[in-house]
Design a protein around this ligand. Structure first.
Ligand code: ARG
Length: 291
């Protein structure tokens, strides 16, 4: 589907953007809570409204389905309050899956459940990595390359493992601000050539790398990232993103993308947003689906 956008008289219209249908894996927030603190956003003393969380998460699922994307579900597991952030549990490219290895004991068992799901659903080479690797929390596919974060969660040695497993070029990026502890809190993938990021979340070398790889990138500011606005999911034209990230939304609109606001405020209490709840199953064809 092609999205045409409007422009005022005398202005050059932004380019038309093209969507492709995606397949996502999500996990219902049945047991979602903040019971421990492993990042700066989490305060176990602050109560979570579970009914509201369930409602917000369902609106995200409904949004994807309305946009024509498929959503598969992995069962939530009692005692794993962060499992709703399923994107951290692996990476899937070309139907090939790499599992996760969590830094925190609290989240460690999540990886096994998702790896099991990969195996049961005919993903190719589902593998448990050797080094700490928090899946799409730190590994973001941009066209042919994989941008890989390190500094807080994913071990830099995992980057070589990722490169080998997928046969794709991996670009290492170092995160320096503890509020943006996963790459997907500091960088959002808009399409195969376009990213948005928060420069101050990266060290100097990584800023230079980003600048040379993506000279036309959208630069976000903290008014966006304090709502985890970069923790977004784009299909190439529709950008599902935090409802509160107005300045980022305006920049996207100017370039011909369509921001689709979703409010996940309850999940912000755990340091998670839209992308955290959404793993993309790239190149995977559901063997159960009628053809
Ligand atoms: N409470 C979770 C953690 O700290 C949130 C994870 C959100 N995921 C993400 N990719 N940012 O691990």
């Amino acid at each position: 589907m092609t999205l045409m956008s409007q422009s005022g008289p005398g202005e050059r219209p932004p380019p038309a953007r093209t969507t492709t249908a995606r397949t996502y894996l999500m996990c219902p927030p049945t047991y979602f809570d903040v019971r421990y603190s492993i990042n700066e956003w989490m305060d176990p003393a602050e109560p979570v409204d579970t009914a509201l969380a369930q409602h917000q998460w369902q609106s995200l699922v409904d949004t994807y389905r309305r946009l024509g994307h498929r959503v598969h579900l992995v069962d939530a597991v009692p005692g794993l309050p962060d499992m709703v952030f399923v994107t951290d549990s692996g990476l899937v490219v070309d139907g090939v899956a790499l599992g996760a290895r969590y830094r925190s004991e609290h989240r460690a068992p999540e990886a096994e459940h998702v790896l099991h799901w990969f195996g049961e659903h005919a993903l190719k080479r589902p593998t448990r990595p050797e080094f700490v690797n928090e899946g799409e929390g730190d590994l973001l596919v941009v066209g042919d390359i994989i941008c890989a974060g390190t500094g807080f969660r994913t071990d830099e040695r995992a980057h070589a493992e990722v490169e080998q497993h997928f046969g794709r070029r991996v670009v290492t990026l170092r995160l320096v601000d503890p509020r943006y502890y996963h790459l997907n809190t500091a960088l959002g993938v808009i399409d195969d050539h376009t990213i948005a990021y928060l420069p101050s979340a990266f060290d100097e070398g990584s800023r230079a790398t980003l600048q040379s790889l993506f000279p036309d990138a959208i630069l976000a500011d903290e008014s966006d990232t304090e709502w985890l606005g970069l923790n977004l999911v784009s299909d190439g034209a529709n950008v599902v993103m935090a409802a509160q990230a107005h300045s980022l939304a305006a920049q996207l609109r100017e370039r011909g993308y369509r921001p689709i606001p979703v409010d996940l405020s309850e999940f912000l209490k755990s340091g998670g947003g839209i992308k955290c709840c959404t793993m993309e199953l790239r190149g995977w064809v559901d063997p159960e689906e009628p053809r």
